[in-house]
Design a protein around this ligand. Structure first.
Ligand code: KG4
Ligand code: ZN
Length: 355
């Protein structure tokens, strides 16, 4: 279908330089260069290191994406870019690159929200997103439940992307990373906990489920809290070490992961049912977690909710997700962003497209 827009998307909000190319909802290229190894010894992403790595990786990654897609830059119909939220310096590299391309090629520019892109990416795998749907967005920096009635945002008709709840402290991915560190596993911790947990017993330790007591539910029915869980794991590990016993890493990983997934899935299904929404989409880096995916499928089936989760490679940060949202903007005739587009490190999830 030649009349579908060819969109190039750029993602630089954290440590991945992502360039994706889509035609409509068809993925043509998903080139990612990660600087994660440069951050590993610091146990977290170092913003200045990430910005420099984006600068070096940008042009080669664009070239690689075009080559894979078999297109020339001049063929592209629009440029989309993450303009927030994320690390300010890192975002700036992507935004400046996208502006240069848009200006040089004479093509429209769409400054889009990173979080909404994590939701929009699923269209590349499972086709158009049902609207309304409920999105459980779980990444390294955010954990929220979103009611999605228009993935392109609010265009004056009241539809858009609206938060029903969010974490009141750590994000789910942050909890995975901190607990991994406690267990001596490398950064980023999520995939390592996921792997270690496969050998462990998920009911070995009864870790707390944050904000699930009756009293908490009155005020925080759809909110999350993971800092108490992280502290509980730290105390449990410390007690073991003090008593001179070995720490059963696999059991701790499995029991911790079970606690996180239990709360995420429980609250997501509660929100879906409370709102009469039949489709649950799970996105963001933590959506790559094998236990979360399995548990969501299993429990959702029991209450008649359909689950959509992109394949793991599309859950973690990439450029295809930005291209996917950009392509939806073009298809729905949204007004492109101005070339004065700023990077906005604390962009709210409700602001899907920059003016
Ligand atoms: O969405 P993302 O790639 O970047 C942000 O926007 O933050 O998410 C990164 C987060 C990290 O905290 C990482 O540990 C976590 O996603 N993650 C996982 C898994 N893969 C990545 N967490 C649990 N299980 C995984 N398999
Ligand atoms: Zn992300």
């Amino acid at each position: 279908m030649r009349d579908e827009p060819l969109v190039l998307g750029i993602e630089t909000s954290c440590d991945e330089t992502g360039v994706g190319i889509v035609r409509g909802h068809t993925l043509l290229a998903d080139a990612v260069a990660s600087s994660v190894e440069e951050h590993a010894r610091f146990g977290g992403v170092v913003p200045e290191v990430a910005s420099r790595a984006h600068l070096e990786a940008m042009v080669p990654t664009i070239d690689r994406a075009c080559e894979t897609a078999g297109i020339a830059l001049a063929d592209v119909d629009a440029i989309a870019v993450t303009h927030g939220p994320g690390l300010a310096g890192a975002l700036l590299v992507g935004v400046a690159s996208a502006k240069a391309l848009a200006l040089g090629l004479g093509k429209p520019l769409y400054g889009v929200n990173h979080l909404a892109s994590h939701v929009a990416v699923d269209q590349l795998e499972h086709g158009p997103l049902p609207e309304p749907c409920l999105a459980l967005l779980v990444s390294g920096g955010h954990s929220s439940l979103l009611r999605v009635t228009d993935i392109t945002g609010d265009h004056g008709d009241g539809a858009g992307v609206d938060p029903m709840g969010a974490t009141i402290d750590d994000a789910a991915g942050e909890a995975f990373d901190k607990v991994a560190r406690l267990l001596g596993l490398p950064f980023p911790g999520g995939p390592h906990i996921d792997r270690a947990a496969r050998e462990g017993d998920s009911v070995a330790i009864d870790f707390p489920r944050g904000l699930t007591s009756r009293r908490d539910l009155e005020r925080h029915r759809f909110d999350f809290s993971f800092s108490g869980l992280k502290t509980a794991v730290a105390r449990w590990v410390e007690a073991r070490e003090r008593s001179g016993e070995p720490v059963p890493v696999a059991d701790v990983a499995a029991s911790f992961q079970e606690a996180v997934c239990d709360v995420l899935v429980r609250k997501a299904l509660d929100a879906a049912q409370a709102d009469g929404i039949e489709d649950l989409m799970i996105g963001g880096g933590v959506a790559a977690n094998s236990r979360l995916r399995a548990m969501a499928e299993e429990r959702a089936a029991k209450v008649g909710v359909r689950v959509r989760v992109p394949r793991p490679g599309l859950c973690t940060d990439n450029g295809a997700m930005v291209a996917a949202l950009g392509s939806t903007m073009v298809a729905r005739g949204r007004t492109p962003s101005s070339l004065g587009l700023p990077a906005d490190s604390s962009l709210p999830v409700t602001d899907v497209l920059a003016s």
